[in-house]
Write a protein that binds this ligand. Structure first.
Ligand SMILES: [Zn+2]
Length: 453
């Protein structure tokens, strides 16, 4: 899937080069004023490739969802609309305007909901410090989590993962646990669940729901809620709320639509798509080798500190790992491995994965009536991608429950990852309910296994 210039003449190339030469390079917050949202209907694999090739040649255009079958949403500077439209028309593809003002959607993600409460004026408690009506910057998230851990040190730890990011950030991991079960050396012997979240910078809802989850579990445990008590007494929960802090903060400070990490590649090129960088069928499907692309895979598996951090964590938990969840947005999906394959290919424990995924969709819908679909990525979306976290975890530790959850909104909602903050709490509630049924099912499996041994 190496990008080519096929289908474009030298004249268009000159026009584009001239256009890029005057594009401003953002050093402060990039405004999306004057950007419009377009959708392109993609019906075949050939059209997916065409779309990727075209986008890679229009530097100011950003894909709002991953290239696949169906409607692909693009953020397009108004000045580029007619050039881009004719590039698609040349290939018999059509571009349709879906929203006039992307900056307005972006502004809505930083606005407090009507009648919302500013928590800065409230006194924080031992288990409540996070304002769930706004999206927080990374340093704030770190300090709030340290606050919670310091007041709940018997059931919550905050640790730092092995590698610093390219911009020197430390990546933190929260461990939630109830009653400890330890070996002679003091190491935990409980089954472990890993939640990898915020690996894509612009998917702000994903760290936000982890913060709600963490507070909700602390409060539930302190008040003797039987469900939460079982969840924490049975499992150790390792939650990485922001796996990609450099990208996440860059999406707050500079470019709201940034997806990758912030690796420096060249003056004009930054960032690796971390969810293409895990060592599973690396460089086979759904990747680009063009470093400008949003799906640029990096030069080798685990070339990035952020993915290497996840690798070290999972490796250290290998003998106890029972579940690995990669949390993304958006599309309302529970995706089952293998996500890399364009052919029907099923892991040995596919029925087990499918069964739990089904329970999770039912639990989600029961809370607020929101529909999530479950299944493998390619049949559902026509989008296979190699090098993703959950595929790698299942390859490394066969038999575990591994999934990728794509949170709100639905795939055809124009807001995409620009989800207003008044949806943080409902989104977190349905997400939590899905974890409850998953944990209960995993606990049941563990009991069945023990009784048959
Ligand atoms: Zn994502």
């Amino acid at each position: 899937m190496r990008p080519t210039m096929s289908g474009f003449g030298p004249i268009l190339l000159l026009v584009l080069v001239g256009y890029f030469a005057v594009l401003p390079r953002p050093s402060v917050a990039l405004s999306y004023e004057g950007y419009q949202m377009y959708s392109v209907e993609v019906k075949t694999m050939k059209e997916v490739d065409n779309l990727i090739n075209i986008i890679e040649q229009f530097d100011g255009v950003t894909t709002m969802n991953e290239p696949r079958y169906g409607k692909i949403t693009l953020a397009v500077p108004t000045a580029m609309v007619s050039l881009l439209r004719s590039a698609f028309t040349d290939l018999n593809m059509e571009m349709t305007l879906v929203y006039n003002d992307i900056q307005r959607l972006i502004d809505a993600t930083t606005k407090r909901p009507e009648g919302g409460i500013d928590k800065r004026s409230m006194v924080s408690t031992d288990t409540s410090v996070v304002d769930h009506e706004k999206y927080h910057r990374y340093p704030e998230i770190v300090s709030m989590l340290h606050h919670l851990a310091s007041r709940n040190s018997d059931i919550m730890d905050v640790s730092t993962l092995v590698y610093r990011t390219h911009e020197g950030n430390q990546v933190i991991c929260v461990k939630l646990h109830g009653n400890s079960s330890t070996s002679g050396s003091g190491a935990s012997t409980k089954p472990a669940i890993v939640i990898e979240s915020g690996i894509h910078a612009r998917e702000w809802i994903t760290p936000a729901v982890q913060l709600w989850l963490i507070e909700n579990m602390l409060q539930g445990y302190r008040t003797g809620d039987p469900t939460v008590t079982t969840m924490l007494d049975t499992f150790d929960w390792y939650i990485i709320p922001v796996t990609n802090p450099d990208g996440y903060d860059y999406s707050h400070a500079v470019d709201r639509l940034w997806r990758k990490n912030r690796r420096y590649i060249s003056y004009e090129c930054r960032g690796v798509d971390l969810n293409r960088n895990f060592d599973v069928k690396f460089n086979t499907t759904g990747v680009s080798q063009n470093c400008r692309s949003n799906i640029y895979l990096g030069f080798k598996p685990f070339s990035e500190p952020e993915t290497s951090n996840v690798k070290e964590l999972v490796t250290s938990l290998r003998s106890r790992l029972v579940a690995y969840l990669a949390i993304h947005s958006y599309s309302q999906l529970i995706l089952i491995p293998w996500g890399y394959s364009e052919e029907p290919m099923f892991p040995d424990n596919y029925d087990y994965l499918d069964h739990i995924a089904e329970l999770m969709t039912v639990a989600i819908s029961a809370r607020h009536g929101v529909t999530f679909l479950k299944g493998q990525a390619y049949p559902l979306l026509g989008n296979a991608a190699s090098g993703a976290g959950e595929d790698w975890a299942l390859k490394e530790v066969p038999g575990i429950f591994a999934t990728c959850i794509e949170l709100r909104p639905s795939g055809d909602d124009v807001r995409g990852f620009l989800l207003p903050p008044d949806e943080i709490v409902p989104s977190a509630e349905e997400y939590f309910d899905s974890l409850v049924v998953m944990a209960m099912e995993l606990a049941k499996q563990a009991r069945d296994k023990n009784s048959s041994n």
